[in-house]
Design a protein around this ligand. Structure first.
Ligand SMILES: [Zn+2]
Length: 258
């Protein structure tokens, strides 16, 4: 039985029985690994505060069958989740992205790119005053790392490249934009001019840190109509293609968009 040594981000934790902990780890080398820590809760020393959500840790575990629960032997903190508890919004954003990773990845499927994006977002969320642009930015990058990025460049029906000012039709079902000609027979939603270019630009816009947490970070001039429509496209896209509901999203939406 091989002992795996890896770095991991703790996605979720629950107490199991009297003293055990079950965690969902997102590891660098093996992707998502559900694991059990025996005596995790009873022992003061063993795994104390280590297997907490959002922690970045080193872990040693036995994974006998390569499925089901792995057994954690050792775990040490590299970076703690300290700073997450400063506000409900910070917690909520961190929860959303860990839930996003947990629900959209398969067990034992390595995704190094996604690992580093999640690590980045969990670091930045403690330093920045996150806005909806920041959330969209990371959401799009994660979708890309998972191979689910919507097509914002060419018509998903005929393949024609569409210039920015003509990007107004979006097909949730087909996962991308539709040209004017195809929009006459392909079911799609009509967006205001600029909405789709704005949404797709969120993936690559340079995000910058904000020294003053109270200062609102804005990335470019937008208006509420844009944000509302862009958000709707993303919500419909994710729920249609990935068929998941995020518990943390409803709360996050209330905190970010009202
Ligand atoms: Zn077309």
């Amino acid at each position: 039985m091989a002992l795996h040594k890896d770095t991991a981000i703790v996605l979720l934790k629950r107490v199991y029985g009297e003293s055990d902990k079950i965690v969902s780890l997102f590891t660098l080398n093996s992707g998502k690994v559900p694991a059990i820590a025996r005596g995790g809760s009873r022992s003061v020393k063993r795994f104390m505060n280590t297997l907490e959500p959002f922690n970045y840790i080193t872990v040693e575990y036995f994974d006998r069958r390569g499925r089901g629960l792995a057994r954690i032997e050792n775990a040490d903190i590299i970076e703690t989740n300290n700073g997450m508890e400063t506000s409900l919004k910070t917690m909520c954003i961190a929860s959303f992205f860990t839930e996003f990773t947990d629900k959209l990845t398969k067990e034992r499927e390595r995704n190094e790119h996604l690992f580093y994006i999640l690590h980045e977002v969990l670091t930045k969320v403690k330093e920045w005053h996150f806005t909806h642009e920041n959330v969209l930015h990371y959401q799009l990058r994660m979708l890309e790392a998972l191979g689910y990025l919507p097509n914002f460049n060419s018509c998903v029906y005929c393949g024609e490249e569409i210039p920015g000012n003509k990007k107004i039709f979006f097909s949730v079902e087909r996962g991308g934009i539709i040209c004017g000609r195809c929009s006459e027979f392909v079911p799609c939603r009509v967006c205001g001019e600029g909405v789709i270019p704005w949404l797709s630009s969120m993936k690559t816009i340079p995000l910058y840190s904000c020294e003053n947490m109270d200062e609102k970070v804005t990335t470019q001039d937008t208006n509420n109509v844009n944000i509302f429509q862009a958000r709707e496209i993303m919500e419909e896209f994710v729920s249609f293609h990935l068929d998941v509901e995020f518990k943390s999203y409803r709360l996050l939406k209330g905190l970010l968009f009202t």
